[in-house]
Design a protein around this ligand. Structure first.
Ligand code: SF4
Length: 301
């Protein structure tokens, strides 16, 4: 069994405690704006991202009034992250974006503005607006990358290449002190194990503050569902994902925090794989595997 006091990988909770002195709760929000990537990434059903806690609420104020009491009941803390998580949270009319972010930040409990977005929706004027709007509060800016391999990015229909990501990342680093996050997916079609490890080794060169690691899920209404139904895509088993996750993390610098270890599609939208585990149980299984293999984050560097 994995020893919970032993170091396996750099988790988000200790990072939050060190930086903010506590665990912060998270309220998921949506701008109700489209993603510019058409047709969408093969695994994407844009509706699957809308946080359950704010379903039915339209304006940011309505979402906050609905979502904040919910997260306050769930997390024993007094400060929260306003997380714009669906579609492309920096795409669209900049005045609308500014009004929306200001509305969320008008709640004194909000300590962090977190935005999930695409590299081709990052530009200088946006970063200046975010700095103004955050007014000293932390901004966490997360870029979807998924893989550093252009052949994969093309195959999954990302609509940008790795060079585009590097440009956006450089602009963020050169012009802001925002925390930078990167989203990665394990289990993309036609990626070998070695390609996955290459992505993680390359991430060390980029040095984001944190990464979110997802396993590829087949969601209803996506191109991947069609490919899966035709028998051309086989989802990972949980054991294989644990092995890939653990070995990939062993190639990752300890300074890079792992903010997520698993995808979490809504049950009514998920087709495969159906593992029936929650993040905490999954983490235990990873710890067990890492313990049995004698590896931890950075141990293969
Ligand atoms: S960039 Fe994100 S929201 Fe847009 S199509 Fe891809 S996964 Fe979906």
């Amino acid at each position: 069994m994995g020893d919970n006091d032993k170091y396996y990988y750099s988790e988000i909770l200790p990072f939050m405690k060190e930086r903010y002195g506590k665990k912060l709760g998270k309220i998921g929000l949506t701008l109700h704006t489209p993603c510019p990537n058409e047709p969408p990434c093969i695994y994407c059903n844009k509706n699957s991202f809308i946080p359950q806690t704010i379903k039915g609420a339209v304006t940011i104020r309505e979402q906050m009034e609905q979502g904040l009491p919910y997260v306050k009941r769930k997390y024993p803390t007094d400060e929260f992250i306003a997380y714009f998580q669906d579609n492309t949270s920096t795409y669209g009319d900049i005045d609308y974006l500014e009004r929306s972010f200001r509305e969320a930040l008008s709640y004194p409990e909000i300590r962090i503005l977190a935005l999930s977005t695409r590299p081709d929706s990052i530009y200088q004027e946006l970063l200046e607006m975010l700095k103004r709007t955050a007014a000293g509060r932390d901004v966490w800016l997360e870029l979807g990358l998924q893989s550093v391999h252009d052949s994969t990015l093309k195959a999954i229909g990302r609509g940008h290449d790795y060079a585009c990501f590097l440009d956006a990342y450089r602009v963020i680093r050169e012009n802001t002190d925002f925390l930078a996050g990167v989203h990665l997916i394990i289990g993309l079609p036609d990626e070998t194990d070695e390609m996955i490890y290459e992505t993680f080794r390359e991430i060390n060169r980029i040095k984001p503050d944190y990464i979110k690691i997802h396993h590829l899920q087949v969601i209803k209404g996506t191109e991947l569902e069609r490919i899966y139904n035709s028998g051309e895509y086989e989802p990972l088993t949980m054991q294989k994902y644990i092995e890939l996750f653990s070995k990939a993390v062993s190639f990752l610098d300890k300074d890079i925090v792992i903010h997520r270890n698993l995808s979490r599609a809504h049950a009514d939208q998920l087709i495969a794989p159906k593992w029936g585990v929650i993040a905490e149980e999954f983490k235990e299984k990873v710890f067990d595997y890492m313990n049995s293999e004698g590896i931890c984050q950075g141990s293969s560097l």
